[in-house]
Structure formats: structure tokens, C-alpha cells
Write a protein that binds this ligand. Structure first.
Ligand code: GLC
Length: 437
């Protein structure tokens, strides 16, 4: 073979696969595989646990906003004993709530690490009566229960002597590259530890708003995490280098454009334990919000707040148990489903089975006899009550033989089939859903 022919052959061999498997679609499939468990999980439990639970005040913000001095805030270190910390019980509660992942605050903005870090001295092992690593047993208990491990880490650290911001009104310095370099080393060091020691399935960053992506070295952080665990999932608070959006305390009104998202929400009005905060959402309100997330293709990350001794307040346990009852009864309509019908087809949230042949209708109200479904260009094979099995009667109107309109489906909902929180109805179609445009 001539040299030219050989070169041509070699070049073709190198280029052809690239043409056949364009990088973008390949990466997006890899990405989809990586994100699949997150998409299917639907419910996660957020855990804000730190020294702020000792006095029961706002996590970190209480000194940043000058409600208490940093000195007094740090006195809480002496009361954080974790004496009744039982991670196996936490994991069991989380599992029974129906959640498939949990996210623990390994370090909030106050800089107090829940593990013995070799970077910096401010951690619960060296500075509190707890005196031990609290993250490792948490990860172990979750894994034993097949719950994915998420670790929260605040990029900003208002206690670190080399971090520029201290409180709302006080800065340590304005521009000092040597100090910032030292802080960055510390930050990357701690993130490296989290990834090396615990190998989490998900890292939940926070506080990215105070610096740019270059300052944080966001790209480097992402690479560092992915290098250790190619399947790791990173939330959006990494200045553009995350995998999914995290609206906070604000349920989207319409379906977000993001492929993956998660609403993080407090169970009362506080992220951390505050015994004075009695404004708990009712189980009906939580299920309602959860169903809205499902409808719009997102997850709910519901926050709980253990006390300083590691016990989870009774009210919070109760909510998780009630949620667990409802989810386990309706699990076929929840896990592994996709976002539901666009608005207009049905009054209420809905989901669609992975193979798109079942539409699940959620009833956040007690219907007055019948519910109505519009715009479905399929024949219906059967309708039943999820988690109960009762076959439901239905009739189709406004579907004359000469019209190509799909008609209106009226489904009977007898009072006897209603769930105590929210009833869900399954509509089995003759094939994949064909909604009218
Ligand atoms: C906010 C707050 C923080 C809380 C977090 C949870 O960014 O800074 O206190 O931990 O939201 O999403």
C-alpha cells in the first residue's frame, strides 16, 4: 500500500467513529445514565445538623446577620454532644418515608465540619463533646439500606480566617490573593477529603453566590469529584458546573426547562432544629407539594433537623411516617415515572409511566362524583384506584363517529375509594399516550 493510501486509511479510521458517534449524543447518553437514579428517586431527605441546634437558632446566618456575635454563636460547640445519635434509626426512618437518597450537611456556612478534617481545626471531633466523626456512620447506615448518599458542603466559610466575608457588615479583607490562595487550598482539601473518605453518590454545594466560578475553581472541583467517582451527581450551586437545578422554598409554577431539578424545602420554616418554630406543614400540604414536583418531572428534597443530641423531633418523624404510608401505597404512580400531562388535560397533577401507557391522576381534593380527562387520543383499556385496585366506571362523551376529537372521559370516583390524604387513579391506555396537540 502506498504511503498516501495508508495515511488516508488511518485518518478515515480515526475520523469515522467520530462521525458515526458524535461526541454530543454520546456524552448525553452517558449523562442520562449517570442521572437516571436521581430522576427515578423522586424523594430525598435533607438533614441540617450542626451546632446551631444547640441554641435552636438560624444555621450560620444568625451571626452573619448580626443577631448574635460570632463568639457567642461558637459557644454552641460546647453543647453539641450527639449523645443519642443513632444513624441506623435515621436510615430506617428515611427508608420508610419513601426517600431514595439523603443529603447531610457535612459543613454549613459556619465552617464547623462534622468530620475530622486534616484541613483546618474547626470540626466536631476536636471541638465538641460529640468527639467523633459523624459522617462515616451516616454513610454506612444509608448504604446498608440502599439509600443513595448525598453530602452537603458550603463553599463559603464565614469562620475561616482566610475567607474574606465574616458578617453582613464586616469583611476580613477586600483583595488579598495570598489569603485567598490559602483559603482555596483549604477548600479544595476538604472537598477532596469528602470525596476520598466517603465517596458520596451526590454532592450538594451551597453558598456559591459569594464568588465567581474562577474564584471557587468550580471546574477543577467538578473534575476532582468526577475523577474519583465518574457517576457522582453535583447540584447546581457550583456556578454553572452542576448537574441539576435546586429551586429553594419556591415551587415552580410551570414545568422548569431544566432536564433535572429538585425543590428543597423545610418541613416547618427552619432548616436547622428550632424548637420555637411550630409552623409545620401538614402532611396534606407536603403531599400536595410533592405531587406538584412529580407532575413537573422534579424531585422533592424535604428537610429535617435533628437536635444536638442526634434525635429527630417527634413532629418530623411523624410527617416522614405519614408520607411513607402514602408513598408506599402509591409507589407505582411515583417512582420511575415521568412528568405528567400538560395543564388543561386534567385538573390536578399527574404522572406518566416510563413506557407511557399509563396516566396517573392525582386528586388533591374530594371529587364531587366524577373527574374529567380531556384530549387523550387513545382507547382506554381500564381505570382503577392505585394501591386499592378498585376498577372504576367511566363514560366518554363528545366523541361522535364523524369527529376526530378524542372526546371527554368522565371517571366515577365513589367516596369509598378515597385515600385519607390524596387519591390516585390509574388510566391504562391501549398503547403509548397520544395527547391531542
Ligand atoms: C440557603 C441557606 C442555607 C440552607 C440552604 C438550603 O442557601 O444559605 O442556610 O442551608 O439554603 O438549601
Amino acid at each position: 500500500m502506498s504511503k498516501i493510501k495508508l495515511t488516508f486509511l488511518l485518518i478515515s479510521l480515526l475520523i469515522l467513529p467520530a462521525l458515526m458517534y458524535p461526541q454530543t449524543s454520546d456524552t448525553s447518553i452517558v449523562n442520562q445514565n449517570r442521572m437516571q437514579w436521581f430522576r427515578d428517586a423522586k424523594l430525598g431527605i435533607f438533614i441540617h445538623w450542626g451546632i446551631y441546634s444547640v441554641a435552636g437558632i438560624d444555621e450560620s446566618w444568625s451571626f452573619f446577620n448580626d443577631y448574635i456575635t460570632h463568639y457567642d454563636y461558637m459557644k454552641q460547640l460546647d453543647g453539641f454532644d450527639a449523645s443519642s445519635y443513632k444513624p441506623d434509626e435515621w436510615a430506617e426512618l428515611i427508608k420508610n418515608s419513601g426517600a431514595k437518597y439523603a443529603v447531610l450537611t457535612t459543613k454549613h456556612h459556619d465552617g464547623v465540619a462534622l468530620w475530622k478534617s486534616d484541613f483546618g481545626d474547626l470540626n466536631v471531633v476536636n471541638n465538641t463533646p460529640a468527639g467523633k466523626d459523624l459522617v462515616a456512620p451516616f454513610c454506612k447506615a444509608l448504604r446498608k439500606n440502599k439509600i443513595k448518599v448525598g453530602l452537603y458542603y458550603s463553599l463559603l466559610d464565614w469562620s475561616h480566617p482566610d475567607y474574606p466575608n465574616f458578617t453582613r457588615n464586616k469583611k476580613r479583607y477586600l483583595d488579598d490573593s495570598i489569603r485567598w490562595e490559602r483559603f482555596t487550598k483549604f477548600n479544595l482539601g476538604q472537598i477532596g477529603e469528602i470525596s476520598d473518605i466517603y465517596n458520596p453518590d451526590l454532592v450538594w454545594f451551597d453558598g456559591d453566590w459569594e464568588q465567581t466560578d474562577e474564584m471557587w475553581r468550580a471546574k477543577e472541583i467538578r473534575n476532582l469529584l468526577l475523577e474519583k467517582n465518574g457517576n457522582i451527581i453535583i447540584n447546581s450551586r457550583l456556578q454553572g458546573y452542576g448537574d441539576y437545578a435546586t429551586p429553594e422554598q419556591g415551587l415552580p409554577v410551570t414545568k422548569p426547562q431544566d432536564d433535572y431539578w429538585e425543590l428543597c424545602m423545610t418541613i416547618n420554616d427552619s432548616w436547622g432544629y428550632q424548637p420555637n418554630d411550630k409552623n409545620y406543614k401538614s402532611i396534606d400540604q407536603i403531599i400536595n407539594i410533592f405531587a406538584q414536583c412529580l407532575w413537573m418531572g422534579g424531585n422533592l428534597l424535604l428537610d429535617i433537623a435533628p437536635k444536638a443530641d442526634g434525635t429527630i423531633p417527634y413532629e418530623q418523624q411523624r410527617v416522614l411516617k405519614e408520607l411513607g404510608r402514602w408513598i408506599s401505597k402509591h409507589e407505582t404512580a411515583i417512582y420511575k415515572t415521568n412528568a405528567g400531562l400538560p395543564p388543561g388535560y386534567f385538573y390536578g397533577p399527574s404522572t406518566i409511566s416510563a413506557d407511557s401507557t399509563i396516566v396517573y391522576l392525582f386528586l388533591p381534593y374530594k371529587p364531587n362524583g366524577q373527574i374529567m380527562l380531556k384530549g387523550i387520543n387513545n382507547d382506554i383499556n381500564r381505570i382503577w384506584v392505585v394501591g386499592n385496585g378498585t376498577k372504576l366506571d367511566y363514560s366518554i362523551y363528545l366523541k361522535p363517529y364523524w369527529s376526530d376529537k378524542p372526546g371527554l372521559v368522565f371517571i366515577d370516583i365513589p367516596g369509598s375509594v378515597l385515600d385519607e390524604n390524596m387519591t390516585v387513579v390509574a388510566v391504562l391506555l391501549d398503547g403509548p399516550l397520544k395527547p391531542e396537540d
